[in-house]
Design a protein around this ligand. Structure first.
Ligand code: WTA
Length: 632
């Protein structure tokens, strides 16, 4: 295992949070609360869960039958009841839940009362289509409150939603609908990016052509532009469902361990995994982490810039903020349109207190210079969150100085689709170290180990594992229980293996260095090397492909593909473009390689596995390392 100094340059400096922020913090004493969560987890979690409403209380907090966990065993609840009804019943009917803004600066506000009514109507609408508890519903929607309402409508009636990021292509969408065997797909006529319409319904129509099990497609006809003849017998308009349904829908009584949603994420094979989360534990931990990491109070205005198509959107745009009765901003569009100061404009306009974004966005906005944020009044900001990839100290400091004006605190939150909620993060009440995520969240017991599972000394890079189950952990991979077991069996010792490299310093701060496996992080998006490779070989001229990640100043990593052509095909620029188009069609724009190089041979082990490590070292001019298993 390499020594840390060789790998990463860290600015070894602690940034103490301002006094007034510490005084306002819900958690002032992290250490003692963490200690309690470790020493007395039952009492700790009972207290947190008791903030929420349960139709029937749980009998037992945790049942751990390695590697399967059940949390709040026997508890009955409904997450939408806790996200909506609970607030409406306690006098917050008119509190704003979401302020939606589009790319043309149009805004629309939704109060908790209005959102509850919308969700209930949609839930009844879904019922009228025959959707029942346990059925899967795929959602391919723009980043809007309507999409959120669709998610909540599913969970209201116990249907399992599977949101597919609306930037994914037809192929990626089909795979996800097919794997989940969704009965209904919900979509919209379009979304808008950089002023351009992206037609989502067309993609859905193509994706489901061969899928007979999809009974209905619900379409949000945003501008009322669909002609009657465009509507086939599988299609129904969302507005019609809403208008024809009652605004009252009793929430389905859900067991703690009933499935809540599936979200597909990349792994080391070509097929994405359907990460399954369940109701009780996910609800409790997204509630707790949102509250304590972002210090959500009655008056807080909160903005997470993620898309609901990713786990960050699920946990920190939808469920966590709603469970805390927060007021959130949600934007449809990109951070640089109509101008590169649009985010700062909105922070000023809506007096945003908590802002949560990704390092790739910060690095992109950095390029436009500090004069741009300097034009805006950002004095409302108190907490700045980061998520999705390691934040390099340079970006951290820029964020802290130019956005936070050295007054707001930066919290770097490490977690995964699988963990459901924050796992390692800085809390606003204790000093942050740029480049280090921070300390474990409550109830999280991390360790850095070698391949054999032996703990490593401080400041040594190793594999990040979690020793004990936590409430919002994934329960399985949809239809592939063996893939779930792998997380717990990868490294000896019975730990959950995160797939990341990390090190812990003397103060207990954890630094995440990136993936340890064949998973790329491109602009904060998780993409499997194998996924891109199998997309490339769909091009008829390609015999074989290998994909590596290269360090990229803005995106973190960029994709380079090495391609062997079939006999008779000749390398050309045109072929490069065609290969890129193939990836765009199969997976979507986020997975398109920046570079394609044609080669005659790929480095392989004697058993025929491509050694991407060797390709990467050669590409970056590094030493090749151990090549004893190399075939030739
Ligand atoms: C990476 C996103 C460093 C990590 C929430 C992890 C991070 C993967 C951080 C999960 C962070 C996420 N610092 N790396 N603060 N947050 N990652 O499932 O490699 O899309 O394993 O979940 O993103 O990506 P996922």
């Amino acid at each position: 295992m390499e020594n840390i100094e060789k790998v990463h340059l860290v600015v070894e400096e602690k940034y103490f949070p301002p006094k007034d922020i510490v005084e306002e913090c819900i958690v002032k004493d992290y250490e003692s609360m963490y200690e309690k969560s470790m020493q007395n987890p039952t009492e700790f979690w009972e207290e947190i869960a008791s903030d929420l409403y349960w139709f029937e209380k749980w009998e037992k907090v945790l049942e751990w039958d390695f590697p399967r966990a059940k949390w709040f065993v026997g508890g009955k609840t409904n997450i939408t009841y806790n996200c909506l009804d609970r607030h409406v019943k306690s006098g917050k009917r008119n509190k704003v839940a979401y302020i939606y803004v589009d790319e043309d600066r149009n805004e629309k506000k939704y109060t908790y009362g209005e959102l509850l009514e919308l969700v209930n109507r949609m839930a009844n609408g879904l019922k009228s289509l025959g959707v029942q508890k346990g059925d899967r519903v795929s959602i391919y929607m723009p980043n809007t409150v309507e999409a959120i309402a669709c998610m909540l409508a599913c969970t209201r009636i116990g249907a399992i939603h599977s949101v597919v990021f609306a930037g994914f292509s037809e192929g990626a969408l089909r795979l996800r609908i097919e794997d989940a065997k969704a009965k209904v797909v919900i979509t919209s006529t379009y979304t808008k990016r950089r002023g351009k319409k992206i037609h989502l319904l067309e993609t859905v129509k193509e994706a489901i052509k061969p899928l007979n099990f999809v009974e209905r497609v619900v379409v949000w006809d945003r501008d009322g532009e669909l002609d009657e003849e465009e509507i086939d017998n599988r299609m129904v308009k969302l507005d019609k469902l809403i208008d024809n349904s009652s605004p009252v829908c009793e929430p389905e009584v859900m067991d703690s361990e009933d499935p809540l949603f599936i979200l597909y994420t990349s792994g080391t094979t070509g097929k994405p995994k359907g990460v399954l989360h369940t109701v009780g534990g996910y609800m409790v931990n997204t509630y707790l982490t949102t509250k304590t990491v972002f210090n959500i109070k009655e008056e807080t205005v909160y903005w997470c810039t993620a898309d609901i198509g990713w786990i960050t959107g699920h946990s920190y745009i939808v469920y966590g903020p709603l469970a805390n009765a927060a007021t959130s901003l949600i934007m449809e569009g990109v951070p640089v349109y109509p101008h590169p100061g649009i985010w700062w404009e909105y922070i000023q306009k809506y007096r945003v207190n908590v802002f949560y974004t990704a390092p790739t966005a910060i690095r992109m906005l950095m390029r436009f210079g500090e004069d741009i944020p300097a034009k805006y009044d950002l004095s409302s900001l108190k907490i700045l969150g980061s998520v999705g990839e390691p934040i390099n100290p340079e970006a951290w400091l820029w964020y802290y100085k130019n956005v936070g004006r050295e007054r707001a605190v930066v919290v770097d939150t490490w977690w995964q689709t699988e963990t459901g909620a924050h796992m390692i993060t800085t809390l606003p009440s204790y000093p942050a170290k740029p480049g280090k995520a921070g300390k474990p969240m409550f109830g999280v017991d991390p360790l850095v180990v070698d391949k054999e599972g032996n703990p490593l000394p401080p400041n040594t890079v190793g594999y990040l594992v979690i020793k004990k189950p936590w409430p919002s952990m994934l329960r399985t991979c949809w239809g592939e229980p063996e893939r779930y077991e792998k997380y717990w069996k990868e490294i000896p010792g019975g730990y959950y293996s995160a797939g990341d490299l990390a090190s812990i310093d003397e103060d207990g701060y954890i630094m995440i260095l990136g993936r340890a496996d064949d998973v790329l992080s491109v602009a904060g998006h998780r993409i499997g090397n194998a996924e891109v490779e199998s997309a490339i070989v769909e091009h008829p001229a390609v015999a074989e492909a290998a994909v590596i990640g290269k360090p990229n100043e803005i995106k973190g990593e960029s994709i380079k593909a090495f391609v062997i052509l079939k006999a008779g095909s000749v390398p050309s620029d045109k072929l490069v473009e065609e290969i890129k188009d193939t990836v765009r069609e199969v997976l979507g724009a986020i997975a398109v390689p920046d570079e394609v190089e044609f080669v005659d041979k790929l480095p392989k082990t004697r058993s025929g596995k491509i050694m991407r490590r060797v390709l990467r070292a050669r590409e970056l001019g590094q030493e090749l390392g151990d090549t004893s298993t190399l075939e030739d």
